[in-house]
Design a protein around this ligand. Structure first.
Ligand code: ZN
Length: 208
């Protein structure tokens, strides 16, 4: 069974999700919700999913970035993004801390299963630390950099009612179709040029 993913505009995506107690987490309904979230994420497929995206206002996120998903991205871009496969992780009640200084933010495209069909460049911190519990309530700490850090920031934001469209560089917003056609396989240099031009088209004109 696959769960329905709610879309931007649904009020649940803008609410702060509820923390779980260990008793609530151990309940069969909660464990089943986690299994269904995993099945739903793999069905799309996506690299991350937060419980509010399936209509459940709880602090649960799941992340999985399989090597197969990397075929759509150029080698050069994977290296720049420091994107490596991430085995399935379920994190309950996550608390995120930015590890890298704020001026080290990275600019890459991302999308969201709840803003279906679109993509935009979003600044994210390079490295983060997340503490929380695993699906059995055992404390865990995850340190991540590059793409994994980006996914963690995106998913934890969902639990606070934030979407990537709140912090995206809005002039880079586009349909997923357009992104796949022109930008999915691009090089890091071309992307920087695109962002500069998108943000400040006049300055590019003057240099011509
Ligand atoms: Zn999302």
């Amino acid at each position: 069974m696959i769960l329905k993913i709610v879309q931007a505009g649904d009020a649940i995506l803008r609410k702060k999700a509820k923390q779980l107690t260990r008793t609530q987490l151990a309940k069969s309904e909660t464990q089943q919700l986690i299994d269904l979230m995993i099945a739903t994420l793999r069905d799309r497929p996506g690299v991350g999913l937060a419980a509010p995206q399936v209509g459940e206002s709880f602090q649960i996120i799941i992340i999985e970035d399989k090597a197969d998903y990397h075929e759509k991205v150029s080698e050069e871009m994977l290296a720049a993004q420091s994107r490596k496969p991430v085995a399935l992780k379920v994190i309950v009640n996550p608390v995120l801390t930015i590890v890298s200084p704020a001026d080290k933010s990275e600019l890459y495209f991302e999308g969201c299963l709840s803003v279906d069909g679109y993509a935009a460049v979003v600044p994210r911190a390079r490295a983060v630390k997340v503490t929380g519990w695993d699906r059995h309530g055992k404390p865990l700490t995850v340190t991540a950099d590059g793409w994994f850090a980006r996914i963690l920031q995106h998913e934890v934001n969902h639990l606070n009612g934030d979407l990537y469209i709140d912090t995206m560089i809005s002039r880079t917003f586009m349909t997923e179709k357009q992104y796949s056609k022109e930008w999915a396989k691009t090089s890091p240099d071309k992307l920087v040029e695109f962002i500069t031009k998108a943000v400040s088209p006049d300055s590019m004109e003057q240099t011509k």
